[in-house]
Ligand binder design. Structure first.
Ligand code: ADE
Ligand code: ZN
Length: 319
């Protein structure tokens, strides 16, 4: 049982946290039919490409700052309900732009949701602006420029998510240079759909302190050694990896081997309802299916907070 343990996550995409019931309510609000996106078990998609299409369709159900405030407060309220003290929310200004809301209102709504949740529950949260790789290098650079321009105290990091098979990391390195110059923490999705080379490229060209997923680094022992030496933190999302068939089952997931090798790892939910999971369930699976002790799980929570993109006073209060 992990319900009593304190929890933290540093990798959850805001639109990916939409419960199907909220998607249905949003569709009703805007007179839209989303029956093609849902079946009796939740969101309907069959592979990574279809998942990304489904994600974009769900994102298009949020059209005002208040919609995003509601989504953010709903997500953080659920986390706080099972003892989560910190979350880093991955947000993509492109999704705000694409629906005609605009990046400023998109970000303002998410900030409103964070403030409301903090007032009600005490949960602490920060925002990681992400570029979407499948929208192309120019859009990822524009996202980094936006994160820099926004000068929003809750925006503390920059990421790149989306279709890992599109282009090479070098095509996107400039975006990370912009974000680094702006003082933002850096993380990047790599080693999820693509193999170890993708993680190596990320380390060589982006120099991030964290990697989103990174679990396929296990395919290259020298790379695992490098991650240990650098102290890079892997934001591991086991339920997501099983749903997206990165590994066939939890027994063959690389989390145990990576941790045993000395890689710094933590637990995250990624896009919980899309993968029929929750942060609570990720902790439960780590305990009862993957066999981690409470002490090991507490260690992973501590790693998340140590790696968090927060000021030292906030980190100290969380630790
Ligand atoms: N966007 C939302 N979830 C993602 C994932 N698991 N990988 C890449 N991009 C994403
Ligand atoms: Zn992700």
């Amino acid at each position: 049982m992990t319900a009593h343990l304190l929890k933290a996550e540093i990798h959850c995409h805001i639109e990916g946290a939409t419960p199907p019931s909220l998607a249905q309510a949003q569709a009703a609000k805007y007179g839209l039919d989303i029956s093609h996106l849902l079946d009796a078990d939740g969101y309907e998609w069959s592979d990574f490409s279809e998942f990304l299409v489904c994600y974009d369709a769900v994102a298009a159900l949020f059209r005002t700052a208040d919609d995003y405030a509601l989504l953010t407060e709903t997500y953080l309220g659920e986390l706080a309900g099972y003892n989560t003290i910190y979350s880093e929310i991955i947000v993509s200004p492109d999704h705000g732009d694409r629906i005609g809301l605009g990046a400023d209102a998109y970000l303002a709504g998410i900030c409103d949701g964070i403030h409301a949740a903090r007032e009600k529950t005490g949960i602490e949260a920060r925002i990681i602006v992400t570029g979407e790789r499948h929208f192309g290098p120019d859009s990822v650079i524009a996202a980094a420029d936006y994160a820099k321009r926004a000068k929003n105290p809750l925006v503390t990091g920059f990421n790149m998510a989306g279709e890992e098979r599109m282009g090479r990391v070098a095509d996107y390195a400039r975006a990370f240079d912009i974000a680094r110059d702006a003082g933002l923490g850096l993380t990047i999705h790599a080693g999820e759909v693509c193999g170890a080379f993708s993680v190596s490229d990320a380390l060589d060209l982006v120099h991030p302190s964290r990697i989103g997923h990174g679990v396929r680094a296990i395919e290259d022992p020298a790379l695992v050694e490098r991650l240990v030496e650098l102290g890079t933190v892997l934001e591991v999302c086991p339920g997501s990896n099983i749903a997206l068939k990165v590994f066939p089952d939890f027994d063959s997931h690389s989390l145990r081997a990576l941790k045993a090798a000395g890689v710094r790892v933590c637990l995250n939910s990624d896009d919980p309802p899309f993968f029929n999971t929750s942060l609570m369930q990720e902790y439960e699976i780590a305990s009862s299916v993957m066999g981690f002790s409470d002490a090991e799980i507490n260690g992973m929570t501590r790693t998340a907070i140590e790696a968090a993109f927060v000021d030292e006073a906030t980190r100290g209060a969380l630790l």
